[in-house]
Design a protein. Structure first.
Length: 356
């Protein structure tokens, strides 16, 4: 199924895809809202215009999180969806810290029950279509989390459950826990995935595909690296994201050299293929059989327009083959783009015996 619209600069055709095995149909591009509010576009009016344009173009999956600008993104989305809520598959997330109190974050039943009420209020809705665990948490039993989320589904406050940036072992754990304990099943995973961050191709995407999960990748443009802003010999682009995560975006950083080299080669490939670098990047993610809908995160209307056409521009096999030569399958060029470092790697004590 597709919808063709002439709203905006150019006609756009948005195809629809099954959201895993739920029976729900969602647009092949999802609108991410991390860049709305204080950490991106501070104008609520401008942000709402971007959301409305995306909806008019046929996008029906909108993704946000409570931690985005400490709730401001959810507030903007809530205002934008007034009168249009029933046409949107609305997704949000919990886990990130939302205050100074020691318990105002995480995956515990105590926090989930508070977090969902706060999100419902900010989003101005009585239910969330997809409620996602933003990151795994080693100190919380996943059954504790699934038990609380199952109660929310049965109360009608949440329709479906998802995870974000989970390693494959935790994805499988979620499926088996649901079956063994009679919990609601997780139906989707939201991993980082782009040409520059292909690590999830090894296990996360195959595991999700095997279990029939929908996959809605974040950062398909690699945080802006695949928009053409970051080039060898160019000036360091200024952005709030680069200010918050300098190690990930510093073009003079040694570990980003490989990313710059790849972007140069990909830019040439896109030009040869007669498409933009953005269309190449999004087309690559859309081509994976496990992927449902990559999440685009425009800050402005212009950025949105540059990304909308990718849903209607499938990449031919020869172009995908050339991408594989530039960044081999399963390769993530910078560990900072993986989104999650397991405690076993982050904490030296987890790798060292203390009993002699």
């Amino acid at each position: 199924m597709t919808i063709r619209t002439t709203t905006g600069r150019n006609p756009v055709t948005i195809p629809y895809r099954p959201f895993g095995r739920t029976g729900v149909q969602v647009s092949a591009l999802a609108l991410g809202t991390m860049n709305f509010g204080a950490r991106g576009n501070p104008s609520h009016e401008d942000s709402i215009r971007v959301i409305h344009r995306a909806l008019d173009a046929g996008i029906n999956l909108v993704d946000t999180a409570d931690v985005y600008a400490q709730g401001e993104s959810e507030e903007i989305v809530g205002k934008a969806l007034e009168g249009r809520r029933d046409d949107v598959f609305l997704a949000t997330k919990f886990h990130g810290r939302m205050g100074e109190d020691v318990n105002r974050f995480g995956n515990s039943r105590r926090w989930i029950f508070r977090a969902v009420e706060d999100s419902l209020r900010r989003l101005r809705t009585d239910h969330i279509d997809l409620y996602q665990v933003h990151r795994p948490e080693e100190d919380t039993d996943f059954d504790e989390t699934l038990g609380a989320l199952t109660d929310l589904v049965r109360q009608g406050k949440v329709r479906y459950l998802g995870t974000s940036t989970f390693p494959p072992s935790r994805i499988v754990e979620g499926q088996w826990t649901a079956e063994a304990r009679g919990r609601e099943r997780v139906v989707s995973e939201q991993p980082p995935y782009s040409i520059l961050a292909r690590g999830v191709e090894a296990e996360v995407l195959p595991v999700a595909h095997r279990y029939g999960l929908a996959v809605i990748p974040w950062s398909p443009l690699a945080g802006g690296w695949l928009t053409g802003r970051y080039r060898s010999g160019g000036a360091q682009p200024e952005s709030s994201r680069a200010a918050r995560q300098p190690g990930r975006f510093d073009i003079d950083s040694t570990e980003n050299t490989a990313k710059l080299e790849a972007v140069e080669a990909l830019s040439v490939l896109a030009e040869q293929a007669g498409i933009t670098l953005i269309e190449l990047a999004l087309g690559f993610v859309l081509a994976h059989p496990a992927v449902t809908a990559p999440i685009i995160g425009p800050r402005t209307l212009s950025q949105l327009e540059d990304q909308l056409g990718a849903a209607d521009a499938p990449l031919p096999p020869d172009v995908l083959d050339e991408i594989d030569k530039i960044v081999p399958p399963g390769t993530t060029l910078s560990v900072r783009d993986a989104g999650y470092v397991p405690p076993a790697l982050r904490d030296a004590a987890a790798r060292r015996r203390t009993d002699g």
